[in-house]
Design a protein. Structure first.
Length: 402
C-alpha cells in the first residue's frame, strides 16, 4: 500500500470531462470536511487517467497521478475556476491501444482495452476507501461501473449542459447561463449598431438548457435546441420580424451546439476524431445557420439580405471564476458527500431536487436521459421557451429531474 492509512480511512477525489467553474470549490469542501473528520484525502489527477496510469511500485514516481490534499493546497484554489487536479475524457473501460500506459502495453494489445482491473488494483494500492468522482454523465458512468465492481463510490454531478439525470442542478450550469446572458448583452450593442441578426452558438450536445434559460431571461428573441429539429425558413422569418419590430433593428438567436434544422442528417462536428466515450467535438452549427439565415433573409426583408454576427461562445462560458450559485452548491455537494461517507453509505449521487439537497441511487446516471420536455417547455412554433405558470416550479423552471 502506497499511502499510510489515517484513523478513519482515505478518500480519493477526481474531476473528469470538461472543466467548469465550481470544481475547485467542490474539491475544497470535500477536503476540508474530510480532514476535520479524520480522513486522509488524495486528489487523483487528470480524471480517470491518473488512477489508470499509476504504477503500483512504492519506488515509482506517481506525482503526476495523485497528490495528498491539505487545507493549504485546497484553499489556494478553492475560489477559482477550473480544476487544479486537471481533467481528461478518459474512459478506462474503453482505452484505445495507443493510449494504454507504457508499463501495461505488453498485457493489453487489443484495439480497444478494458483496464478496469488495473484501476481497481491501483485504488487498492493507494488504500482508497471511498472514491468521489465529480463529472458529467460520461465520467460518472464509469463511476457506476466501479460501484458495480464493489468499490465505494459517491458521485457529484458537474456539467454546463445540466443534463445529468436525477438532479435539478449540475455544477457549472449557473455560471454558464450568467456568462451567456452577459456576453449576449455585450454583443447586442454591435448587432444594433450594424442592424444585424446576432447568432450565438452555446454548449448543449443533447440538451438545450443553456439556450433555453438565457432566452427565458430575455437575452435572446429565439433559441433552437437539440430536442427539436427546426425549420430554417421559419426561424429566419421570425428573426427578420423581430429585427423589424426592434427600434434598434437587430434580433438575437441562441443555438445549441447539438441543434439541427430539418433536412440535416446529423449534428455539425469540428472533426471526425472521437474521445473514449465516442463523442466527436461539436461546433459550427452557428456558422451554418448564419449562412442560411443570410441567404434566406431577403425573402422576408423586401429583397435585401440581412448581415449576421456569428459568435461561438465555447470556452468563454466555462473559464474563469464561478458565480454565487457555483460557489455555494459545490460547497454543499462536497459536504453532502461527506455526510454519506460518515454514515457508511455509498453508491449514491448527491443532488438538488425541488429546491432541496438530497441523494439518489448512482445508477440513475446510466438509466435515463435528461432532456428538455419539449411539449411542456418549448414552443415549437415560436422557437422560444413556453410556460403558463411559475407556481411550484424549480428554480431553473425546466431543469427538474424526472
Amino acid at each position: 500500500m502506497a499511502a499510510a492509512k489515517s484513523t478513519k480511512g482515505t478518500i480519493g477525489i477526481l474531476t473528469g470531462g470538461g472543466d467548469v467553474p465550481g470544481l475547485n470549490p467542490a474539491i475544497r469542501a470535500i477536503t476540508i470536511r474530510a480532514l476535520r473528520e479524520g480522513y486522509q484525502v488524495l486528489g487523483l489527477k487528470r480524471g480517470w487517467a491518473g488512477i489508470m496510469e499509476l504504477v503500483r511500485d512504492k519506488e515509482a514516481d506517481n506525482s503526476d497521478n495523485y497528490i495528498h490534499l491539505t487545507e493549504e493546497i485546497v484553499n489556494k484554489s478553492g475560489r477559482t475556476g477550473g480544476t487544479f487536479l486537471h481533467t481528461s475524457r478518459t474512459r478506462a473501460s474503453h482505452v484505445p491501444k495507443e493510449y494504454v500506459p507504457d508499463h501495461l502495453k505488453d498485457k493489453y494489445k487489443k484495439k480497444i482495452n478494458d483496464l478496469t482491473e488495473e484501476v481497481i488494483k491501483n485504488i487498492e494500492f493507494l488504500g482508497i476507501d471511498y472514491i468521489i468522482p465529480i463529472g458529467g454523465d460520461d465520467t460518472l458512468s464509469y463511476g457506476v461501473r466501479l460501484y458495480q465492481e464493489g468499490l465505494k463510490v459517491i458521485a457529484i454531478p458537474k456539467t454546463m449542459d445540466n443534463d445529468v439525470p436525477g438532479t435539478d442542478y449540475c455544477i457549472g450550469f449557473s455560471t454558464c447561463v450568467t456568462r451567456t446572458i452577459n456576453i449576449t448583452n455585450t454583443l447586442r450593442t454591435s448587432a444594433g449598431s450594424h442592424e444585424r441578426i446576432l447568432v450565438m452558438e452555446v454548449f448543449g450536445r443533447y440538451a438545450g438548457y443553456t439556450a433555453m434559460l438565457p432566452t427565458m431571461a430575455g437575452a435572446a428573441n429565439r433559441c433552437v435546441i437539440p430536442e427539436h429539429d427546426f425549420n430554417i425558413e421559419k426561424l429566419t422569418k421570425l428573426l427578420v420580424h423581430d429585427r423589424e419590430m426592434n427600434p434598434s433593428k437587430y434580433s438575437v438567436v441562441l443555438v445549441s451546439e447539438g441543434a439541427r434544422f430539418k433536412g440535416m442528417d446529423e449534428m455539425v462536428y469540428q472533426s471526425n476524431e472521437k474521445d473514449m466515450f465516442g463523442h466527436a467535438k461539436l461546433g459550427g452549427i452557428g456558422e451554418l445557420i448564419s449562412q442560411k439565415i443570410k441567404e434566406i433573409s431577403s425573402t422576408y426583408n423586401k429583397g435585401k439580405q440581412v448581415d449576421i454576427i456569428n459568435q461561438q461562445l465555447g470556452y468563454l462560458v466555462r473559464g474563469g471564476d464561478p458565480d454565487a450559485i457555483d460557489s455555494i452548491v459545490p460547497m454543499a455537494y462536497g459536504n453532502l458527500a461527506l455526510d454519506l461517507v460518515l454514515k457508511g453509505i455509498h453508491g449514491r449521487l448527491v443532488v438538488l431536487r425541488n429546491g432541496r439537497y438530497d441523494n439518489a441511487p448512482l445508477d440513475v446516471v446510466t438509466s435515463s436521459k435528461k432532456l428538455i420536455d419539449v411539449k411542456r417547455h418549448y414552443n415549437v412554433d415560436r422557437y422560444r421557451p413556453h410556460y403558463k405558470s411559475f407556481e411550484f416550479q424549480p428554480l431553473f423552471i425546466m431543469t427538474g429531474s424526472m
